[in-house]
Design a protein around this ligand. Sequence first.
Ligand SMILES: C[S@@+](CC[C@H](N)C(=O)[O-])C[C@H]1O[C@@H](n2cnc3c(N)ncnc32)[C@H](O)[C@@H]1O
Length: 198
Amino acid sequence: MAPSGKSEAPHDAQFWEDLYRSREQVFSGEPNGVLVTEAEGLPPGQALDVGCGEGGDARWLAARGWQVTALDISRTALQRAAAANAGIAWVCSDLAASPVPARAFDLVNVQYFPLRHDDGVPRKLLDAVAPGGTFLFGSHDPHDLGPEHSGYCQPDDIVRLLGEEWTVLVNETRPRVSPAPPGTGHTRDTVLRALRTS
Ligand SMILES: C[S@@+](CC[C@H](N)C(=O)[O-])C[C@H]1O[C@@H](n2cnc3c(N)ncnc32)[C@H](O)[C@@H]1O
């Protein structure tokens, strides 16, 4: 879920650290609606939660039997997330600078993560999905965002990276399940759910 009352210009590690330190809690602590809708029926396995923030999605997955690796660039966010330890592997890492194990995860969950066009992270995350696994990407509808977000991927950008080993199950724009956080104009989500068949 998006932080409230904050501009979303391009961010570095310091931006995220400052954001989390600016408030006792930035996100709701609840799982994202896109995750709940799309992953509720999936059989549990290994999951990677990308940009896990304060851990709402990771905890929801762990409570449903997933073995979760939850990764974020912000130590403050991870400290909060790990306070309610649920057998989750919390990893502090800059995805743009770190390798991700290939074909290792039955679910790669990417919710409101700033996926850039130019740093190789989208390819890395697709490669991390195991055969039979799911890549799930939820983002904000670009109509709700300013032009400064043009450097970030939307589902259609990811679809263009998919080879024949992928099947797109969902690629759509839909109303947010939860109300827009105060101070933001986020009313709709863009959602990609893709299955790696081999
Ligand atoms: C908009 S927040 C979304 C948090 C969470 N997925 C949610 O929906 O509540 C994006 C998260 O990605 C993290 N992040 C941004 N760039 C990152 C990077 N290069 N590597 C790892 N984490 C990053 C931020 O610290 C932040 O927690």
